[in-house]
Structure formats: C-alpha cells, structure tokens
Design a binder for this molecule. Structure first.
Ligand SMILES: Nc1ncnc2c1ncn2[C@@H]1O[C@H](COP(=O)(O)OP(=O)(O)OP(=O)(O)O)[C@@H](O)[C@H]1O
Ligand SMILES: [Mg+2]
Length: 251
C-alpha cells in the first residue's frame, strides 16, 4: 500500500503506480512503497528505464498513468537535477543564500551560512565565481548545497555523483545521509554503487523490466530493499487529483 505510513506522519506513498509514455514500453508497473522521513531511497536501473520519470511522479510534476502518489505532510520539495540549472550571471554563493534570505535571514548571515554549506562540498574556492563559469560537477554540488539551505521535507536528487570524482562523491553521499537524518525524505536516482550503499532501500527498475511477475511490493524503511515488476495493464482508475495526491487518469 501507499499514501500513509499509518501513523499520520509525513511520508510519500506510492500506490500501485504504473507509467509509460506514448512511444515507450511500460516503464514500471504497480509499484507500491512508503518512503518515510529519515530514509534514503535509491532508484536504480539502466539508462532509459524511468528513474527520472519516477522522480517526477514523486514530485507531482507528472501524473502516473495508473495508481496514485500521495505526499501527506510534505510542504517543501527540493530538486537537484541531472543537468543543473542556475542563473548564469549570478555568483555561486547567491544560489545558496537565496533560500536563506527567503526564510527571513539577513543578508550578511545568509552569506556566511551559504559559504559554510558550500564548504561541505569543497566549494569555498568557487563561491564568488559566476554560475556560468562552474564545471558541471561544481554546479551540481552547488545545487545540493542549495537544497541543504532549503531544509526540504522531500529531496529529489537525480544522478548526483555522475560527474564527480570519488572524494566529491563521498561528500555528496555524506550530505544525503545528513539531510535524511535531519528528517527529510530523500530519493536519489543513481548508478553509483557507493551512493546505493548509503540508501536504506532500493527500487530496482531493472528488475521491473526483466520480470514478468505480478507486482512486487517494497517498503522503503531503513534496512529494506524494494523492487518491483511489470504487470499486465489494468482497468482505468477513477480520476482524482489534489494537492497531496497525484492520481493517474487515462488520457
Ligand atoms: N515526456 C516524455 N515523452 C515521451 N517519452 C519520454 C518522456 N520523458 C521520458 N521519456 C522516455 O521515457 C524513458 C525513461 O526516461 P527517463 O528519463 O525516466 O530515464 P532514466 O532512467 O532517468 O535514464 P538516464 O539514466 O539516462 O537518466 C526514456 O525512454 C525516455 O526517452
Ligand atoms: Mg535520468
């Protein structure tokens, strides 16, 4: 089941979630999982299997073709994209300071806190550099630092270590763990075995593509491993969409 952790706490529930696009095969089918605060869930599988798509469904940016995604208690969602976007002509540090200013922090303090957060990712040397002058790996670490500044309920991270060396990857993995320990629900799409090692549970979309079983159900609680499997398309669900729930409808 998905939608609630049964105790009224903040969580993300995936309830029989299936998705495909026009022109693609069924990407995944009848996925059930409850992603709880304080946990990191890894989305794994080969390129094109639907990891970024599942992140979008979890964020509510895309509706699942079938099933429902619920986010009870989730108010702040932060994304770190596969291809990081920033404001080209703004200094790097402003990207991290901005959410702090938005939270009401004064300019000087926000700048100091932002530089401290950047330090966790070894970004002090580039703090005053324009975003357009950052390398891809620096830009992605910067947006992770910004995600820390947002202190989100739900953090969605797409391939955070793909462009990084081992030392930077280790810093990113530590930060994901830290964000989870602060009470965030962290979901990370990754090919990196070291990132997978810091996850509490894994949704293996490769297994979904291989198996011809009915649904396999996983619960993303610490220490567990979830996988899922494709299943025959089922009859349409009723249409219903709300702030906290994204329910699939037929086009
Ligand atoms: N809006 C869309 N319309 C049609 N097809 C799409 C759309 N978005 C994604 N796809 C297709 O769905 C499949 C899954 O895409 P997705 O980006 O989720 O894969 P991925 O697992 O994140 O891959 P990668 O590891 O390369 O980032 C791909 O075949 C992709 O081309
Ligand atoms: Mg992707």
């Amino acid at each position: 089941m998905g939608g609630s952790d049964g105790a009224g706490n903040r969580c993300v529930g995936l309830d029989q979630v299936s998705h495909w696009f026009p022109g693609t095969d069924l990407l995944f089918s009848r996925l059930d999982a409850t992603l709880q605060t304080g946990t990191i869930t890894g989305l794994c599988g080969p390129s094109g299997c639907g990891k970024s798509t599942l992140l979008k469904l979890i964020a509510g940016w895309e509706r699942p073709r079938r099933g429902a995604v619920a986010r009870p208690g989730v108010t702040t969602v932060a994304w770190v994209f596969q291809n990081p976007h920033g404001v080209a002509r703004r200094p790097a540090v402003d990207h991290v300071a901005f959410p702090l200013l938005a939270q009401g922090m004064g300019r000087r303090r926000a700048d100091a806190v932002a530089r401290g957060l950047m330090g966790r990712f070894e970004l002090q040397p580039v703090a005053d550099r324009l975003f357009s002058d950052l390398s891809g790996g620096e830009a992605q670490r910067l947006l992770l630092a910004r995600a820390l500044a947002c202190d989100p309920d739900l953090l969605l991270v797409d391939e955070p270590t793909a462009q990084l060396d081992r030392r930077s990857s280790a810093a990113v993995n530590r930060s994901l763990r830290q964000l989870a320990s602060q009470g965030a629900i962290v979901v990370v799409a990754t090919h990196d075995v070291e990132t997978q090692a810091v996850c509490d549970s894994i949704i293996d979309l490769a297994a979904a593509a291989r198996r011809e079983l009915p649904a396999t159900v996983g619960t993303a609680a610490p220490g567990g491993r979830a996988s899922l499997a494709p299943a025959a398309r089922r009859s349409p669900l009723g249409a219903s969409a709300g702030l906290a729930v994204t329910r699939g409808v037929w086009p």
